[in-house]
Design a protein around this ligand. Sequence first.
Ligand SMILES: C[S@@+](CC[C@H](N)C(=O)[O-])C[C@H]1O[C@@H](n2cnc3c(N)ncnc32)[C@H](O)[C@@H]1O
Length: 316
Amino acid sequence: MLPPALAANCYHLIQKCDKVIKKSAHGLNTLINLNRIYQEDCLSFMSKLKDQKILVDVIVTSPPYNMNKEYGIYKDNKEREKYLQWMKNVAEKSYDILKDDGSFFLNVGGRPVDPTSPFEVATQFRTIYELQNTIHWIKSVSIDAEDVGKNNEFREYGNISIGHFKPIVSDRYLSDLQEYIFHFTKTGNIKLDKLRIGVTYQDKTNIGRWKSAKQDKRDRGNVWLISYPTIQEGRPHPAVFPIKLPERCINLHGIKPNMLVYDPFMGIGNTALACLRLGLNYLGTEIDAEYIKVAQDKIASTPLETYLSEDNHEFI
Ligand SMILES: C[S@@+](CC[C@H](N)C(=O)[O-])C[C@H]1O[C@@H](n2cnc3c(N)ncnc32)[C@H](O)[C@@H]1O
């Protein structure tokens, strides 16, 4: 028997330790470390989480879009039906490991030649989940000065364009400057922390005039301009989202102590970095060891404040 003081110390050490230890179905002790990215297929990993009764608060992810992107090892050209069935499987498996009051934020984009693809993916998810919000992620926008309004300091810039995008070479299609973030929940009725990502009122006389306006913060709405940070060197991954995207989704869901966030398609770790910024636990899966290596290096070495912050949009 351990002396009580030593036992107490051991207990606190175990509490601090970020390991979740459970008995597997086979009676063996298996170990899932929090704050790690596993090189594993997300479906098999979600089955393990289910077996071990590990539930997550938020899932935020961007799956492959099936548009022939040049990933390292993943082949992004499944037959349409197989791709949609795979997405349905992801939805089904995730449902079992998401808490009843959890949120699943699914970022999907399309292509001008195949514009309905994101909705078809969302339709698969809707067979399992309720679609609570549809958010438009805007990567770049051009604003004419006359549309800015009189009492807005942006007016002095004249016509402005903000953000980056990949221009399309076509005389038929417009460049695609947006993607979707479908917000799925189990009931469609999950209370969110909207003001955590809220914006200040342009017209301060609204504060107090409206019953709902108790502070200088209002609902941001479902159109989110999030620019990519400028990349100076080569791109380690062909299809990433900015850290700010998962960060804002998690904030919108609301932050609670000991929350756990999972990204099934972790890529080079932007959801993990968002969790680090927010002080939250994360789990990730990614099949490509090279991407995991990039993620681990970023996690270990990047000063987080160097990433684009809320008020640091670039002008082009
Ligand atoms: C759109 S990318 C995600 C990028 C990520 N959001 C980021 O910012 O780095 C999709 C990723 O899914 C990975 N992937 C493909 N099939 C997978 C599977 N079955 N399980 C886990 N990851 C997979 C690909 O290697 C790719 O890196």
